[in-house]
Design a protein around this ligand. Structure first.
Ligand SMILES: Cc1cc2nc3c(=O)[nH]c(=O)nc-3n(C[C@H](O)[C@H](O)[C@H](O)COP(=O)(O)OP(=O)(O)OC[C@H]3O[C@@H](n4cnc5c(N)ncnc54)[C@H](O)[C@@H]3O)c2cc1C
Length: 408
């Protein structure tokens, strides 16, 4: 087990500086344009592919970094550049992790390369779990997958919503109900291969922030996928369902809400994204406060401004520490006995919202315009308290974990 450290090693520092260079030179200058266009920034994704940032190799290297700091460091730097563009770059990785975590060797080898495409023809992937009536309450999911034994195919029907890259993805990972009696224990994940008939994009959402990231409904109308597209395989699913049925019969373990548990380990990554956005806004505000003069002196000369910056930086550093702790715990298999993953996401996302609002205040009228990036960062920051479990759901997870009670 790697010791917890607050110091990146030399190799990590090199990667961080390389990512920071890409974020500063390629992502940040493109941010305003793609925010206005509200479109997937394909040329930027292609640039990232060329240098090796948009690739499974890079993502896997960070993901399996034994210190746990690879992913949070990478997320912070890319999202420091711009949240919408960075989500377009890492969105595929989030879907790929679903396959890495649950798929067989063969599934990993077959599908993950197709999620990324190649440098000259980049592709993206989508992870589709949320539905119109199943957001925080994942257990009320309705999308149904039924096994057609004669053909060894699964038939999937339903409507997914809020899918990042939904409809434009080459490969979709879709979560569906295979046994409605078992709540979220009766869910399974499926690969929907490129160009599968019956899968189509519904509404594309016009959003408040992260507008360079495509978010849409995904309609599944009699989508047929081969048996080999069930992640983990049928044998493993049947065993898992049999165990869940046994437990349900014996009145044992409560059927938990998946939104509250399954994403616990991935939540620090979202916390790190929030740290990146918060740090970006703080840096703009600090520079501005040192150069903007009113009453014959830089505005930072007033405690009213300087103390805000002191608070902003303190909260950002505290958020990063919570994120790094949770990431280290996750990679080293330490159980989140106090819901440390949720804690890190809750604190970092609320910090990003607060800090970006303070940055607008410090820039005054300029902060409120699109001439400066902080209004965009504030719009972007609002997503962190919503996706991968809202702040209220994080508090529920923490409170339930601490108390052992079914707090509602
Ligand atoms: C830009 C964007 C990208 C997304 N990307 C993806 C994706 O790629 N794949 C995917 O599957 N999903 C994705 N999501 C969906 C996201 O995870 C959900 O929006 C989120 O889980 C909240 O669900 P909801 O929107 O239905 O809100 P609801 O669950 O309806 O919640 C509404 C409000 O009620 C509160 N609330 C609900 N239940 C409780 C409770 N028990 N106690 C206290 N408060 C409660 C919530 O905190 C929230 O404030 C994305 C969403 C957005 C906006």
């Amino acid at each position: 087990m790697a010791e917890f450290t607050m110091e990146l090693n030399d190799e990590q520092k090199e990667v961080r500086d390389w990512l920071h260079g890409f974020a500063a030179d390629v992502i940040r200058p493109a941010a305003a344009e793609w925010d206005e266009r509200e479109e997937t920034p394909w040329p930027v994704i292609q640039e990232a592919a060329k240098v090796g940032i948009y690739s499974l190799d890079f993502y896997a290297q960070q993901y399996f970094d034994p210190t746990g700091l690879g992913i949070p460091m990478a997320m912070e730097e890319l999202f420091w550049g711009d949240a919408g563009i960075a989500l377009s770059i890492v969105g595929t990785g989030l879907a790929a992790v679903g396959v890495l975590a649950n798929g067989t060797e063969e599934q990993i080898g077959t599908w993950i390369p197709q999620m990324y495409g190649d440098v000259n023809d980049v592709k993206v992937a989508a992870f589709c779990s949320s539905e119109p009536d199943a957001g925080s309450d994942v257990a009320s999911m309705r999308t149904r997958a039924v096994y057609d034994e004669a053909k060894d195919e699964w038939v999937i029907n339903g409507t997914k919503t809020w899918a990042t890259n939904g409809g434009i993805a080459n490969v979709h990972v879709v979560v569906a109900v295979v046994d409605p009696e078992l709540g979220s224990k009766g869910h399974a994940s499926f690969i929907v291969p490129p160009n599968t008939p019956g899968l189509s994009q519904g509404q594309k959402f016009k959003k408040h922030g992260i507008r360079a990231s495509h978010t849409a409904e995904v309609i599944l109308d009699n989508v047929r996928v081969p048996g080999s597209c069930l992640l983990g395989g049928k044998e493993k699913l049947d065993e898992r369902l049999a165990r869940a049925r046994e437990r349900a019969k014996s009145g044992g373990e409560r059927v938990k809400n998946a939104a509250m548990a399954t994403f616990e380990a991935s939540r620090p990554a979202v916390g790190a994204m929030a740290v990146g956005t918060a740090r970006a806004a703080y840096e703009v505000a600090l520079d501005y406060a040192k150069t903007r003069e009113q009453f014959g002196r830089p505005i930072i000369d007033n405690q009213g401004v300087a103390f805000q910056l002191a608070d902003m930086r303190t909260q950002i550093d505290a958020a990063r520490l919570l994120v790094w702790r949770a990431s280290w715990m996750a990679i080293n298999g330490k159980p989140f006995t106090a819901a440390e993953g949720s804690m890190s996401k809750l604190f970092a996302s609320e910090t990003a919202k607060k800090v970006t609002a303070q940055a607008i205040q410090i820039l005054g009228g300029n902060g409120y315009t699109r001439e400066y990036p902080v209004e965009r960062m504030h719009r972007d920051a609002a997503i962190y308290t919503i996706f991968e479990g809202t702040s209220e759901i994080q508090r529920l997870v923490i409170a339930r974990t601490l108390s052992g009670m079914q707090i509602r």
